[in-house]
Design a protein around this ligand. Structure first.
Ligand code: NI
Length: 181
């Protein structure tokens, strides 16, 4: 396994629409190793999620995991998930305001309104279809990561740019509710 290099904002690959993974590619050793490397990279940098374009691979693959993440101390836990070719369906008009960060936009936080309840369909790393419903913070993580597959960064979705803060200043001065309508 390997820790992969993370693309930072400004790298063109972060603005591409990533390609679907052919189903027969999923079982190949090369693809399985890539998934393992994505998981290791996400954990190394304490990310709540990581999308393949963030490690310079323009494919529709996302990994997510929230387990006592020091970058998101108040976040609920989310078991390790591998989503291949995910599709999101919004289930409500309700929006939650989520403080987000991104490994490709280091050391910055900003508030993004996200759909409060979504359902996604995807293939897992065994090529099996999965369908799951998420709310609030977990739903926001899915939306953030899937945005990467369409070349969208969370900064594109920040409505009030006054919410932007460097991480150090954020931790020092901001007490923003994690979820606030
Ligand atoms: Ni990100």
């Amino acid at each position: 396994m390997a820790i992969l290099k993370v693309a930072r904002m400004g790298h063109p690959i972060l603005r591409e629409v990533a390609k679907e993974v052919p189903r027969d590619e999923i079982a190949t050793p090369g693809f399985q190793t890539f998934v393992d490397d994505m998981i290791e990279t996400m954990r190394e940098y304490d990310g709540a999620g990581l999308a393949a374009p963030q490690v310079h691979v323009s494919k529709r693959v996302v990994v997510m995991e929230i387990a006592s993440n020091p970058r998101y101390p108040d976040a609920p836990s989310l078991p390790l998930s591998v989503l291949i070719n995910p599709r999101i369906t919004p289930l409500t008009e309700r929006r939650v305001q989520i403080v987000e960060g991104c490994l490709s936009v280091p050391d910055i936080r900003g508030v993004v309104p996200r759909c409060a309840e979504i359902e996604f369909e995807a293939l897992d790393r065994n090529g099996e279809p999965v369908r799951q419903r998420f709310e609030d913070f977990s739903a926001a993580v899915v939306q953030h990561e899937c945005d990467h597959l369409d070349g969208i960064l969370y900064l594109d979705r920040v409505v009030d740019t006054r919410s932007l803060s460097f991480l150090r200043e954020f931790e020092r001065y901001h007490v923003v509710p994690r979820v606030a309508d």
